[in-house]
Design a protein around this ligand. Structure first.
Ligand code: EPU
Length: 336
């Protein structure tokens, strides 16, 4: 365990917000994690768990203990002739894992290529892209229950997954994710329903690496690289409205982008709403909405948390006035 006082977190969050933690603890094993949680001076604290920092809006000063879990083992276990269970330490970088699994010929997460962040953070917001959500391949999550300090294995159904949502997002501070088990297939099974991937299904020789390459090309064309232009991916969730609301909006805005959901409701493309509200490519001080994908809020260099939240407020207000639709911020805002 490594303890760093007054730790600078500006390079540990992809929005590059200036942020300092009173104490940062780097942890490598479950035993170290238990020891850290039992440390008397930290026991009563409400820890902040930091993964890849790609889904957080950090304040300039975090007056509590921040834990980073770095364990990065990968174990493979054959379940039957076509299925492999892969147990991955929470500290593994998500896209490093996807790259390894694609090379090994294991199907299931190739559409989730290039999503920033760690494996441990992936279930929290149930990462999803190009027609696939983590929940579809996740078998279970191993956690340290921070209330009882016991190790538990939570099955997929107990994780309460929904669109960009989970038990972990609903109860921050209750669980510390230490590993994630994925159920992957050796047999080819591709998900190519998403618009820009459809063309691939016509190809005669379709392979995992080809799908990964295509997804990477799509993402790099639209989504800014946080190392070049700091951002936290989609800044708002795509709002879900009733079919009546969507129908009424469609009469006024025939180009409205809306996807029917299983329960009859409609998911609207927040990027489209934000673009129509004239925010695409707009810069306000140090922050702005990205010119290629209006759903991504970018930091042009010196923004802090309040500047980010002020822009978010303005965007939400414009979309509410124009469309009557509320946008919910997707990354988690951390209080100082
Ligand atoms: N659109 C616009 N203007 C924009 C952006 C989008 O009109 O500036 C329209 C597009 O033309 C398209 C629709 O909105 O018709 C949807 O756009 P896109 O396919 O780019 O996907 P998205 O709904 O904006 C979601 C995820 C992304 C994920 C992509 C691809 C959320 C909040 N975001 O974005 O996830 O990569 O689909 O599956 O669900 C993330 O969560 O950080 C993220 C990047």
């Amino acid at each position: 365990m490594e303890v760093i006082e007054q730790a600078d977190l500006s390079a540990l969050n992809t929005l590059s917000l200036p942020s300092r933690a009173k104490i940062l603890v780097n942890i490598n094993t479950v035993d170290e994690l238990l020891a850290a949680c039992q440390k008397s001076e930290w026991q009563a604290q409400n820890f902040l768990i930091l993964g890849g920092g790609s889904n957080l809006i950090l304040p300039s000063l975090i007056n509590r203990v921040v834990f980073r879990y770095l364990e990065s083992s990968i174990h493979y276990q054959a379940m039957d002739k076509d299925t492999v269970l892969v147990k991955v330490g929470a500290g593994v970088i998500w896209d490093d894992l996807v790259s390894i699994l694609v090379t090994k010929g294991l199907h299931g997460v190739e559409n989730l290529s290039l999503i920033p962040g760690t494996v441990g953070a992936a279930p929290v917001q149930n990462i999803g892209a190009y027609g696939v959500e983590l929940a579809e391949v996740l078998e279970s999550v191993e956690v340290l229950n921070l209330e009882t300090l016991t190790v538990e294995v939570l099955s997929n159904s107990s994780c309460e997954f929904a669109y960009r949502d989970s038990l972990f997002k609903q109860h921050p501070g209750r669980y510390f994710i230490t590993s994630v088990s994925l159920k992957l297939s050796k047999k080819p099974c591709f998900t190519l329903d998403y618009g820009d991937l459809k063309a691939l299904s016509l190809k005669e020789k379709l392979d995992l690496q080809g799908v990964r390459d295509r997804v990477i090309a799509l993402r790099t064309a639209k989504l800014p690289d946080p190392k070049v232009l700091p951002n936290a991916g989609s800044f708002f969730k795509n709002p879900i409205v009733s079919s009546d609301v969507a129908e009424t909006l469609k009469l006024k805005y025939p180009n409205l982008v809306a996807y029917p959901q299983e329960d009859g409701s409609m998911k609207l493309a927040a990027g489209w709403l934000i673009e129509q509200a004239n925010w695409k490519g707009k810069k306000v001080g140090n922050v702005g909405m990205h010119a290629q994908q209006a759903l991504v809020l970018v930091n042009y260099g010196r923004a802090n948390q309040s500047e980010v939240l002020a822009l978010a407020d303005q965007v939400q207000a414009s979309v509410l006035v124009k469309f009557g639709v509320s946008l919910e911020i997707e990354p988690v805002t951390i209080e100082g």
